[in-house]
Design a protein around this ligand. Structure first.
Ligand code: CA
Length: 220
């Protein structure tokens, strides 16, 4: 099973996945293909895809951005939840992985909703800001370099409209965030974001123990 899940046993987790979402068939096949890759843990859990798709519907999102696309499962969930004229900017550094993504986006008929930008996510965010895209996004999913989470946050806060929502992945980082022996850059990057969000008055925040932990932050 892809995606880490904290606190649920395998049986209960399978029950949750079976009952928590009607996963589109094309997504199930993409998930299966990605399961065969060594980096399969980078794919989000299906119950998380369900949650993200629902958030996109709930806020009526039309313009979305994703940092860290991998083989495209999370992007497919978001793109399918968008109206036909909705748009999703996808940022990733890997052509190899996003080539897999493109195949499935085509198959699902949502390729025209997705604008893939290959390159470091931070550079793409800065370019969008330079192009005057401030305040134009409704929803952002963040799952790229953990060391840059706080830098993504400050830029996304500018790019989102008031009432727009960011969703950060892996905020519990397999429990390392509370392990004093974990002093690596990735863990510190996640901690830095969590500390920032815990006190930042510009957003309303909810950290949820879904998969490896997600934080929703709504721009006020
Ligand atoms: Ca992740």
């Amino acid at each position: 099973m892809s995606g880490k899940s904290i606190g649920l046993g395998d049986d209960l987790h399978h029950y949750l996945v079976d009952h928590g979402w009607r996963e589109p068939e094309v997504m199930a096949r993409l998930r299966a293909e990605t399961e065969s890759l060594p980096q399969r843990n980078m794919q989000i859990a299906p119950e998380q895809a369900a949650f993200m798709a629902l958030v996109v519907e709930l806020i009526g999102a039309r313009r979305c951005i994703e940092l860290g696309t991998f083989t495209g499962y999370s992007a497919l969930a978001v793109a399918l939840a968008l109206p036909p004229d909705g748009r999703l900017v996808c940022c990733d550094v890997s052509k190899e992985w996003t080539d897999v993504a493109r195949r499935y986006w085509d198959e699902a008929g949502v390729a025209d909703r997705i604008d893939l930008r290959l390159g470091p996510a931070l550079a793409t965010l800065d370019r969008l800001l330079a192009e005057g895209a401030d305040g134009s996004f409704d929803f952002a999913f963040v799952d790229a370099a953990k060391t840059e989470y706080s830098d993504y946050y400050t830029r996304l806060l500018l790019l989102l409209r008031p009432g727009g929502v960011m969703l950060f992945d892996n905020v519990l980082w397999d429990g390392a965030v509370i392990d004093p022996k974990a002093t690596d850059d990735d863990t510190n990057g996640v901690r830095e974001l969590n500390d920032l969000l815990a006190t930042d008055e510009r957003v309303t925040v909810s950290m949820i123990p879904l998969a490896d932990g997600v934080t929703l932050a709504r721009k006020r």
